[in-house]
Design a binder for this molecule. Structure first.
Ligand code: AQP
Length: 342
């Protein structure tokens, strides 16, 4: 009897320089996940278009940067499928079909849409439809592969819930077309916060770079950013985890726990009686060590663009083979005519 592993799908948008939040929330788990799941790791470049910048060459570069980070995180192309979303046309096809099963009102309820709409400071008139619709493309990404699990940060939980609702709706009408996916969210590290504004998520697109640790930051930037990170004025100062009372310290604790792979409880014992300034030095040191290792491997892969393109090409072929099955099934159920090339 051949035992098949559950299917796991994960993606990052190449919408900017990757952050410690992206790494801690999802990418750091990818390597070990390959042992227990059949993994698909996707560079979600179509999603990055929701925020089009004028310079197309930078998207091109960011796609290859992101691919290099996937490999640097330990994703093995012989074990997992690594691919770029726009190379697998089935994503866009299923996206449109799922648009026909999605409700305008449920998209308007998405917290990320509401936040981005406000933070972009744009009038309703100029908001791109893609910003509203992108969770449907995300649902297509996931459902195309009969995914069982999606490792995500806390911010994406609502989109996975939406994906489940759309899938259930289609299944109810046409039989069991889609596997209903579940999100995998860790207790700690699923929402790394901004360093100066620990009430908001650390994001690639933050215009204040002091809020964000980028995966390619050097020692000096890491030191300066963590040194300036907001803490609190509790007297006497005490290190413990309480997101509401001590958002800054709790955030640094979650970062430390993730980069050292140590449980927060163990860290708290080690940090008893330690002053905030000393605590920050420990965090700086450990973040630097973690990122320095990652960066060495990253630069190694990044220097060979033809290898990266071959990985993306091979991955696209494998992803297409899998996704065609789902697409053909839904074409048949909807009464569309599916030829071989679908
Ligand atoms: N701060 C974070 N803490 C934990 N997890 C995070 N993720 C993102 N930020 C954090 C997780 O990283 C994965 C990939 O995210 P994404 O790039 O596809 O989209 P995002 O969530 O919109 O990430 P950003 O950095 O905030 O990008 P921009 O600024 O372009 O919108 C996801 O699983 C996400 O949960």
């Amino acid at each position: 009897m051949i035992l098949t592993k559950p299917i796991l799908f994960s993606a990052v948008q190449p919408s900017g320089n990757l952050t410690l939040g992206n790494y801690i929330g999802t990418m750091r788990h990818w390597s070990s996940m390959q042992n227990n799941y059949d993994c698909l790791y996707c560079v979600a470049d179509l999603h990055a278009l929701t925020n089009i910048k004028k310079n197309i060459f930078s998207l091109n570069k960011l796609i290859l940067d992101t691919l290099s980070f996937y490999l640097a995180c330990g994703v093995d192309p012989n074990k997992s499928i690594i691919f770029v979303q726009s190379h697998v046309y089935q994503h866009s096809q299923l996206n449109w079909i799922l648009n026909c099963f999605s409700e305008f009102s449920e998209l308007l309820r998405m917290t990320q849409f509401k936040t981005k709409r406000c933070s972009n400071n744009t009038s309703v008139k100029s908001i791109k439809a893609a910003l509203l619709n992108y969770p449907i493309l995300m649902a297509a990404d996931i459902l195309l592969y009969q995914t069982n699990f999606v490792p995500v940060g806390e911010d994406q939980k609502q989109h996975i819930e939406l994906t489940r609702n759309i899938a259930r709706r289609v299944n109810y009408l046409y039989g069991n077309i889609f596997t209903i996916p579940e999100s995998l969210i860790t207790q700690y590290g699923s929402k790394i916060m901004s360093l100066l504004e620990p009430e908001k998520k650390m994001s690639k697109s933050d215009i204040n770079h002091k809020n964000v640790i980028y995966l390619l930051d050097d020692m000096y930037s890491i030191m300066l950013k963590i040194k300036n990170a907001v803490t609190d004025s509790e007297i006497p100062s005490k290190i413990y985890h309480d997101i509401n009372k001590k958002p800054g310290i709790s955030n640094l604790l979650e970062i430390l726990s993730a980069v050292t792979n140590k449980d927060i409880k163990i860290l708290l014992k080690e940090l008893e009686g330690v002053m905030y300034s000393e605590f920050k030095k420990i965090v700086i040191d450990c973040v630097y060590k973690c990122l320095n290792n990652l960066q060495k491997s990253y630069y190694n892969y990044r220097s060979d663009e033809s290898y990266l393109k071959k990985i993306a090409y091979d991955g696209a072929i494998k992803a297409q083979l899998k996704s065609k099955k789902t697409l053909k099934n839904i074409y048949d159920k909807l009464g569309l005519i599916a030829f071989e090339y679908i």
